[in-house]
Design a protein around this ligand. Structure first.
Ligand code: BDR
Ligand code: CA
Length: 310
C-alpha cells in the first residue's frame, strides 16, 4: 500500500477525506497531523481525534501542528464549518491522546523510518508542510509528492483571487510549490466540479453504518452553507477528498502540468495561485494541476468506500 501522511484542518471535507483514506486498502495512513485553518488549532486537533475515535483507529499517531501561519495572524472559516469545526453530527469524545511531539516532529519521524518515500497530503493551510521542508532538507528525498487541496486558476472562494487554504498562509504555500518536490494541486477548478448533490447524500445515508450516517450528516451541514451563500451550486463541493480520490483513481481526473507560483504581496491578489497556463515564464512545470473530474465516478467511489465500514 502507498504510505501517506495526512495534514488536515477538519473541517467537514477534511473529515470525509480521512474517512475515504482509511477505507482504502491501496493506502497506508502512517500519521495524521492537524493544521490551523477551518477552526483554531485546538479544535482541529480535537476533531482529528474525534474522527479517528469514530473510525476506531486510535492506533494512528496524531500530532498537533503550528498554531498560526508562518508570518500572519490566523484566519478561520467558522462561517463554513461552525463553532466546533465539524458542526452537524454528534461525534464521540476522543478516546486517545495525541503524541507528545509536534506535527513536524511526527512527520519527520515517519519519513525517517519509512523505507520508501511517503506521499504528503495537505488539506488545510500548508504551514506544517512548509515548516517540515525548511527544518528537514535532508528528508526531501523521502517525500514522494505533496498532494494539496488549495488554489485555483483564476478563481477564489475567500477573495476574488484566492482560495482559503492558500490565502491563510501564502508564504507556506509558496515554499511548497517551489520546493522541487512534485506537487499535485486539487484547486477549485476541479473541486467545484466534485459536487455532492442532495440525492448523493441520501444514497450515503442509506448505506446505514455509523460512519456513512456521520458523513451524510456532515454533508447536510456543509450543503446548507453552500446553498446559503450565493455560489450558484446545485450541491456542495467536496474539496479535500479530491486529493485522496486522485491517489486512488488518477484516471478519474483531467490534469495539466504547469508552473505555479503563489502571490504573497498583491494589492488584490494575496494568496492567488498564479498558474503559467501558456508557458510564458519559461519556468519548468512544478505542479500537476487537476482541472476536471468524473463526478459520477467520484460519488460511486465514495459510496463504495463508505460500505467498507459495514
Ligand atoms: C478549503 O477550505 C476549507 O474550508 C476546506 O476544508 C477546504 O480545504 C476549500 O477552500
Ligand atoms: Ca480543509
Amino acid at each position: 500500500a502507498l504510505p501517506i501522511i495526512l495534514d488536515c484542518d477538519p473541517g467537514h471535507d477534511d473529515a470525509i477525506a480521512l474517512v475515504l483514506a482509511l477505507a482504502s486498502p491501496e493506502l497506508e495512513l502512517k500519521a495524521v497531523t492537524s493544521s490551523a485553518g477551518n477552526q483554531t488549532p485546538d479544535k482541529t486537533l480535537r476533531n482529528v481525534l474525534r474522527m479517528l475515535t469514530l473510525l476506531k483507529r486510535s492506533d494512528i499517531p496524531v500530532a498537533g501542528g503550528a498554531t498560526k501561519p508562518l508570518m500572519r495572524d490566523l484566519i478561520i472559516a467558522d462561517n463554513v464549518h461552525g463553532e466546533s469545526g465539524l458542526d452537524g453530527p454528534a461525534l464521540p469524545e476522543p478516546d486517545f491522546a495525541p503524541q507528545d511531539c509536534t506535527a513536524v516532529e511526527l512527520m519527520a519521524k515517519v519519513l525517517r523510518e519509512s523505507p520508501e518515500p511517503v506521499t504528503l497530503v495537505a488539506t488545510g493551510p500548508q504551514t506544517n508542510v512548509a515548516l517540515l521542508l525548511n527544518a528537514h532538507p535532508e528528508l526531501h528525498t523521502k517525500i514522494a509528492r505533496i498532494v494539496i487541496m488549495g488554489g485555483a486558476m483564476g478563481l477564489g472562494n475567500w477573495t476574488p483571487a484566492a482560495e482559503f487554504n492558500i490565502y491563510v498562509d501564502p508564504e507556506a504555500a509558496e515554499i511548497v510549490f517551489q520546493s522541487g518536490i512534485p506537487v499535485v494541486m486539487a484547486g477549485l477548478d476541479v473541486t467545484h466540479k466534485a459536487q455532492i448533490m442532495a440525492e448523493d447524500i441520501e444514497r450515503f445515508r442509506r448505506i446505514g453504518n455509523p460512519v456513512a450516517t456521520t458523513v451524510a450528516e456532515l454533508l447536510d451541514f456543509f450543503m446548507a452553507y453552500h446553498k446559503a451563500e450565493k455560489w450558484g451550486f446545485h450541491g456542495a463541493p467536496l474539496h479535500d477528498p479530491c486529493t485522496i480520490a486522485w491517489l486512488l483513481k488518477p484516471d478519474m481526473f483531467t490534469a495539466i502540468e504547469r508552473w505555479v507560483g503563489v502571490e504573497t504581496q498583491g494589492k488584490y491578489t494575496q494568496g492567488m495561485t498564479v498558474v503559467d497556463y501558456y508557458f510564458l515564464t519559461g519556468n519548468s512545470p512544478n505542479a500537476t494541476v487537476l482541472t476536471d473530474i468524473n463526478r459520477a465516478a467520484f460519488v460511486d467511489l465514495l459510496a463504495q468506500r463508505l460500505a467498507f465500514y459495514n
